[in-house]
Design a protein around this ligand. Structure first.
Ligand SMILES: C[S@@+](CC[C@H](N)C(=O)[O-])C[C@H]1O[C@@H](n2cnc3c(N)ncnc32)[C@H](O)[C@@H]1O
Length: 209
């Protein structure tokens, strides 16, 4: 058994809702697009540690990462969840119906929609996991709207090995520049303590002090 499988088996067992979401992703041929259970447990751990209450997720799909956010032991959390694809959002709402009171689902392009919740911030945790070409805009918004003591997380910030590949696939070339610019922006910004957590996809984490 691999080390990762050992950790997953021991610490990241899925609850019935998460099993249902995984089934739904499989049925729609979307299995693997979501975060891993280990990333989910890591986010859940971080949110519990931070005692986050105001949380933003950009890129919901069928609600798998959201289900891990909802497993964190938080006092009256409020989550704003953005998704552009109507079918994905409807499926997430159906699956997460029982949790609806703490989640506000927002349909549309997050590049426009995020601005509409500015007045409700600042936010404790902003999780970005949508179209990679939008990351510079999402990061710009997140830096303006994160609370002091809050964390911005950018998933796929190593582009599954493409970011540093000497022979990246053609379709990744423009994205590589954009994602590198986001990582470098955070690395240089003295207001943030940042790193890329080395998951296969890469998870950039930035703490605002
Ligand atoms: C990688 S998936 C999200 C996976 C999800 N966070 C999880 O782990 O369960 C990316 C999602 O972002 C959505 N998306 C793409 N472009 C978007 C945009 N401009 N605004 C909001 N959502 C977008 C896609 O429709 C897709 O559902």
């Amino acid at each position: 058994m691999s080390d990762i499988r050992y950790i997953e088996n021991l610490f990241t067992s899925e609850n019935p809702l998460q099993k249902k979401i995984r089934e739904s992703l499989k049925e729609h041929d979307l299995e693997g697009v979501q975060i891993t259970s280990l990333q989910g447990q890591f986010i859940c751990f971080l949110l519990s540690l931070m005692k986050a209450t105001k949380i933003v997720e950009v890129g919901v799909l069928h609600g798998y990462s959201l289900s891990w956010i909802l497993r964190a032991k938080l006092h009256e959390p409020k989550i704003w969840a953005f998704e552009k694809n109507e079918d994905h959002l409807k499926q997430a709402q159906k699956l997460l119906a029982a949790q609806d009171q703490s989640v506000e689902f927002i349909l549309g392009d997050a590049k426009q929609e995020l601005e509409k919740i500015n007045a409700q911030g600042p936010f404790d945790f902003i999780f970005i996991d949508a179209n990679k070409s939008g990351y510079p805009a999402y990061l710009k918004w997140a830096k303006k709207n994160i609370a002091t003591g809050g964390v911005i997380a950018l998933d796929n910030s190593l582009l599954n090995g493409q970011l540093l590949s000497p022979t990246p696939k053609e379709r990744f070339k423009k994205l590589i520049e954009k994602i590198k610019a986001c990582n470098e922006d955070l690395a240089k910004d003295p207001q943030f303590t940042s790193l890329i957590f080395p998951t296969p996809e890469g998870l950039t984490l930035a703490y605002k002090s």
